[in-house]
Design a binder for this molecule. Structure first.
Ligand code: GDP
Length: 480
């Protein structure tokens, strides 16, 4: 009653990496050559939109009759935007200002509610969805759980302060997520504002704005004076057009949890972003390891609605528990199926938790599996060292180890102890952390264990080179 990951991927005509990712989402760590049981296989098959037909007890026959989103049934959907940037550069102010540009809000009434995201309808009728938890923690935490919900990143840089450490971090996160950036040069009302300097400084971080011959849009704004907001929104819509964002509205809903909490009066309240299909009141939903029948849907104006389509944020009432931010949600056909999936996931999560305490090397194993299968063409590493000289030397050393089949990418090479933010970036970019004469904070260590991020400690450069070389060749390097 088992099937290898490889065979499963073949039968579904899916990429092995995608299957491994889907397994991970369900708390199962497996390499391509490992076998998984029929129940697990069935779950994965359904996640890929296929229907399962078990011909015999011993066989899992996979039909290809599921919901396929073909080009004909795709319809344009609003872009989903995350605002990132250095502290105090005006992320919150900008989100507040943008929120008031909503044209539909006035007549529809209702008081704005914080549900983790909001949608504005512009005078033209176009819509934009903003995640209103600014900063990169939420962004990477979500990505780490496999939810990629951001289409566009608005990078806020204060015109009087310029590029700062968290600006650079935000750029790295956006790049790791493959999300295009639009630069919002904020605080142009201030006497010391120097937008040109911001553009110049961004150059050294490979952000080349249009006026300097690049393809990154930049807009000068003042969140305080509410200037340039329309231009920023235009830029976002233009970017959305380039991305050709589409979803099939005529199918059962799928999406991701943005945030969730337990409310005294209302019970479990989960804010979700619908990514495909339409979510209806009464639908049976599985979110992470929780499930429930949707008792009510509440929009960002605090109003009850009967349905929510692609790119719409909405609060879901009626789940049995509180799912994690970033957890995927999906509508299933009945309660029995929902219970089955949740029990399965809870069991796997427990098993995984126990296994995780013994050895947290899921990411590395999977990376190796993908390299061995010829699926992964690149080894990604994140370097943290005690001094700048070492960080630079390590970067140069590992970059030289690339060969024609497998490249090496240095996601980041910086100085200092390993923090949770490093672990999140490593998780999001599928990289191994190389710690050179530095330690991880205890929170970072815990997070790494929970998220299966491999942190390797070294004090000798050639040992780093040895290990990375083995990794590039698809062999497991021993831990030092
Ligand atoms: P965040 O930490 O990035 O969310 O930044 P905030 O939105 O909290 O803004 C930090 C400070 O900058 C606050 O005192 C804001 O009032 C101020 N601020 C934000 N945008 C502007 C602007 O466009 N012009 C001016 N003069 N001040 C601004």
């Amino acid at each position: 009653e088992t099937i290898t990951v490889q065979e499963l991927a073949n039968r579904m005509a899916a990429r092995q990496g995608e299957v491994i990712k889907a397994l991970m989402k369900n708390g199962v760590m497996a390499t391509v050559t490992q076998t998984i049981d029929a129940d697990t296989a069935e779950l994965i098959v359904e996640e890929f939109g296929h229907r399962v037909r078990r011909v015999a007890e011993s066989d899992v026959e996979l039909g290809i009759e599921g919901i396929e989103d073909t080009p004909e049934n795709l319809v344009a959907r609003p872009p989903v935007v995350t605002v990132m940037g250095h502290v105090d550069h005006g992320k919150t102010s900008l989100l507040d200002a943008l929120r008031t540009t909503d044209m539909a809000g006035g007549e529809a009434g209702g008081i704005t509610q914080h549900i983790g995201a909001y949608q504005v309808t512009l005078a033209s009728g176009a819509k934009i969805t903003f995640l209103d938890t600014p900063g990169h923690e939420a962004f990477t935490a979500m990505r780490a759980r496999g939810a990629s919900i951001t289409d566009v990143v608005v990078l806020v840089v204060a015109a009087d302060d310029g590029v700062m450490p968290q600006t650079i971090e935000a750029i790295k996160h956006a790049k790791a997520a493959d999300a295009p950036i639009i630069v919002a040069i904020n605080k142009i009302d201030k006497p010391g504002a120097n937008p040109e300097r911001v553009r110049q400084e961004l150059l050294s971080h490979e952000i080349v704005v249009e006026s300097l011959g690049g393809d990154v849009q930049d807009v000068e704004v003042s969140a305080k004076k509410r200037e340039g907001l329309d231009k920023l929104e235009e830029a976002i819509l233009l970017q959305a057009e380039i991305l050709d964002l589409k979803a099939n509205p005529n199918r059962s809903a799928e999406g991701a949890v943005i945030e969730s909490r337990l409310d005294k009066g209302r019970g479990s309240v989960a804010s979700v972003l619908v990514q495909k299909g339409v979510l209806n009141k009464g639908d049976i939903v599985v979110a992470g390891a929780e499930w429930g029948r949707v008792r009510a849907l509440v929009n960002d104006r605090g109003r009850q609605v009967s349905e929510a389509g692609p790119s719409t944020p909405v609060e879901v009432l009626g789940l049995t528990g509180v799912p994690a931010a970033g957890a995927p949600f999906v509508v299933v056909e009945n309660e029995m199926r929902a219970r089955e999936i949740c029990e399965f996931r809870q069991r796997k999560l427990k098993e995984h938790h126990v296994a995780g305490q013994v050895a947290a090397r899921g990411t590395l194993d999977q990376m190796l599996a993908r390299i061995q299968a010829g699926e992964q063409k690149e080894v990604a590493v994140l370097i943290k060292a005690d001094v700048r000289g070492s960080a630079e030397a390590l970067q140069a050393t590992v970059l030289k180890l690339a060969h024609e089949e497998v490249g090496v990418r240095v996601v980041n090479a910086t100085v200092g102890q390993i923090t949770e933010s490093d672990v999140q970036l490593a998780k999001a970019s599928d990289s191994v952390i190389i710690a050179f004469n530095v330690r991880a904070t205890s929170q970072a260590r815990l997070l790494a264990q929970r998220e299966d991020v491999d942190i390797r400690y070294y004090s000798i450069i050639y040992q780093v080179a040895d290990d990375v070389e083995q990794l590039v060749r698809g062999k497991i390097a021993p831990k030092h």
